[in-house]
Design a protein around this ligand. Structure first.
Ligand SMILES: [Zn+2]
Length: 257
């Protein structure tokens, strides 16, 4: 919340200065409209750009020089797709992280268990992943997160320490819910856009064009393009001399409470 608080303080000081000047010298009204617009632009940027850490601390990449990177899959588990991903990861002997949606864990307990038993990390990615997730009150968001924890721990016997916000959107309510649950918020440094890119070559180029040690790659279970390029991506990472580790090892944080 540091950047949010600092922004509020700066804008409050500017507003006060304008009001004082206005009282003595007079100011056109549009100055205030412009100030409000600029304020909301700051907030919009802070909400949409997770790595800005505007409302809460977020870990997006490994610190320091290293030759290790992490791969993460969001929005599963999904019958068929997640199984294919698990097969590919197994054939490459690679461990990844799966940020799972609570209701999908409830629908696919054995698949969730399979993710965990294969040595992959299971993280919290909300219970419903609705577009209105971040518009709820902090207590409703906190409840959604604890429901997801419960669904996951019922299956794997461990409570997630990692939370990844749906759509990467944060605000003061999400930040408060994260503090209430004591989660570590996990972002990414390489956004694949595999939810919209349908061309495998374009997707592979986008992910690999500036890949370096410390990166955290964001992928999605439901992207058939990701499924198609995953072996080529893993081959490319090996060729670059990079080693894939779980995101908890990369960030040096505990995956579970
Ligand atoms: Zn998601």
């Amino acid at each position: 919340m540091l950047k949010f608080k600092a922004t509020n303080t700066v804008f409050a000081i500017v507003l006060l200065a304008l009001l004082l000047y206005d009282r003595n010298e007079g100011l056109p009204f549009w100055i205030y409209i412009a100030l409000i617009l600029i304020y909301f632009l700051f907030l919009a940027y802070g909400s949409a750009v997770l790595s800005a850490q505007f409302f809460l601390p977020v870990k997006c990449k490994g610190e320091g020089q290293s030759n290790t990177i992490a791969i993460t899959f969001d929005d599963g588990p999904i019958q068929g797709n997640t199984e294919t991903i698990l097969e590919i990861l197994k054939s490459y002997n690679v461990a990844a992280a799966f940020f799972c949606i609570g209701n999908r864990v409830m629908e696919n307990p054995s698949l969730t268990k399979r993710i965990h038993e294969a040595g992959h990390l299971v993280g919290n990615h909300s219970y419903w992943h609705k577009a209105t997730f971040d518009l709820q009150s902090a207590s409703k968001i906190a409840k959604e997160l604890s429901d997801t924890d419960e669904a996951i721990s019922k299956v794997i016997g461990l409570k997630p320490n990692f939370f990844r916000p749906p759509y990467g959107v944060t605000n003061p309510m999400v930040a408060k819910a994260v503090r209430m649950g004591g989660y570590k918020t996990i972002g990414w440094s390489v956004r694949s856009f595999d939810t919209v890119i349908k061309d495998g070559t374009v997707l592979l180029n986008r992910i690999t064009k500036s890949l370096k040690g410390g990166d955290v790659i964001l992928l999605h279970d439901y992207s058939n393009t990701t499924l198609a390029i995953l072996p080529a991506l893993l081959d490319h990472i090996t060729k670059l001399g990079l080693k894939i580790v779980r995101v908890d090892a990369l960030l040096n944080e505990k995956a579970y409470v």
